[in-house]
Design a protein around this ligand. Structure first.
Ligand SMILES: [Zn+2]
Length: 446
């Protein structure tokens, strides 16, 4: 009886050990798969960033062993994602000897469409698998009447026409990446609120997926500038940094501890609508005293034209000419123009002080149309910073002023789409379940 009990216990222990062995091996296999996927992505991104490379140079650029580079590039060649070429064909200048065999991305392996939605405009661009922009187009729409019912058909029609003009079939487009001004919700794939629309909760992702059956992601446009900077200069723009866009509105993109940070729903970084002055100037969002109500370009025009702080922002349309007049007046030494911009600089200084106190970034990047007037805001900015923060906190970071370049948003969208594409086979037709889940797949490139 006792012997039978011991045998039963030994059997149970044996089964448990066997189960543990299986789990350990499965874990090892999944670790190996994960490392392989990561290495594969590193090689694809090195080819996209640096152009055609010999295997030996790829090893140096990625710090992967020759055996790993050979194994992964062999798979990528079989999948038709990369191709071999002679260095003679690329114009690469060799110091000695015969042509070397290089590897490059097959640019036609997959395509990505980027869409930027802003006031009255849909900017479309097409990028190939090498990340190069192939073509672009602007489509006009009327922001003052656009809402959840009438905007999706306008967007779908614009993308369909764009694809037809590029002679692209739906199956060739593997990602559609959309950036919009304002508050976006990654979970629902909707633009919750934006100056680009008269209505709220505009469905974007569900409509695109229904029509194109492709992976789509919706992002805030300033986040994409952050992503572009990280892609273009990873040594400089990594770790923790913030991008503030001074334009019609005031947006912010955050990169925290090496990753783009969009928050739980995708609306993190709404700096423009944090309060600067309780009960203060009327903001475009309907509240009073937001930072944007002192820094957005309608706010600068309102102050320059000596209009009441309660004047409706919607009635002050950004026509470019008035902003230009303000900047030129400041350049010509007009005291009122100079004071308008210095006062805006003080508000910006207070805003940056809050970011420093909460996040401790290494850099704050200022961009957008209004940075053209940075030289007139700078004194006010440091005055606001010094008023708001203890001294040692104001000296541990750097301000970078970057002239506005709308192409940064396209570059950020492409970097993000390629990141997602490289995580799976670009020829896979599998559509991922939700935009929120897709976002979690993002990792810092290289
Ligand atoms: Zn506001």
């Amino acid at each position: 009886m006792i012997r039978r009990k011991i045998a039963r216990n030994q059997l149970r222990v044996g089964r448990t050990r066997s189960r543990q062995w299986r789990v350990r091996n499965m874990t090892k296999k999944s670790d190996r798969d994960q490392i392989r996927r990561r290495n594969r992505k590193v090689i694809l991104q090195a080819l996209r960033r640096c152009g055609p490379q010999a295997r030996i140079d790829l090893g140096q650029a990625t710090a992967l062993s020759p055996a790993t580079v050979t194994a992964i590039t062999s798979d990528l060649l079989d999948e038709g994602l990369i191709e071999g070429i002679d260095s003679e064909d690329t114009g690469v200048n060799l110091t000695r000897g015969r042509p070397r065999s290089l590897l490059q991305l097959c640019s036609n392996a997959a395509f990505v469409i980027t869409v930027r939605i802003s006031v009255n405009s849909i900017a479309l661009a097409l990028a190939n698998f090498a990340g190069e922009k192939c073509r672009s187009k602007f489509v006009h729409f009327d922001s003052s009447t656009a809402n959840a019912e009438n905007f999706p058909p306008i967007l779908l029609s614009a993308i369909e026409t764009f694809m037809e003009e590029a002679n692209l079939e739906k199956r060739q487009v593997r990602e559609i990446s959309v950036a919009a001004q304002g508050v976006v919700d990654l979970r629902t794939g909707e633009v919750v609120w934006s100056p680009a629309f008269a209505g709220r909760n505009i469905p974007i992702i569900a409509e695109l997926r229904r029509s194109f059956d492709v992976n789509c992601l919706l992002s805030n446009d300033t986040n994409m500038i952050t992503e572009a900077l990280h892609w273009l200069e990873p040594d400089k723009y990594s770790g923790t940094f913030a991008v503030i866009m001074l334009d019609y509105g005031v947006g912010m993109g955050l990169h925290l501890n090496g990753e783009l940070f969009a928050g739980e729903h995708g609306s993190a970084g709404e700096l423009g609508h944090t309060n600067h002055m309780p009960g203060g100037a009327l903001c475009r969002c309907g509240k009073q005293g937001c930072i944007e109500a002192y820094l957005g370009d309608y706010a600068l025009i309102r102050a320059y034209k000596k209009m009441s702080e309660s004047s409706d922002p919607k009635a002050i349309l950004p026509d470019g000419a008035t902003s230009e007049e303000l900047f030129l007046s400041a350049e010509n030494g007009n005291e009122h123009a100079l004071k308008t911009l210095k006062d805006a600089g003080i508000v910006l200084g207070y805003a940056i002080a809050r970011i420093l106190a909460i996040l401790d970034p290494s850099r704050v990047v200022l961009t957008g149309q209004s940075v053209r007037a940075y030289q007139f805001m700078e004194d006010g900015l440091y005055q606001g910073l010094n008023d708001a923060l203890v001294e040692n906190l104001t000296t541990k970071f750097q301000i970078d002023v970057m002239p506005w370049n709308a192409d940064f948003i396209h570059r950020g969208l492409v970097a993000q789409a390629m990141e997602r594409l490289d995580n799976r086979s670009p020829k896979s037709t599998q559509v991922e379940p939700t935009s929120a889940n897709n976002d979690k797949l993002m990792e810092a490139p290289l």
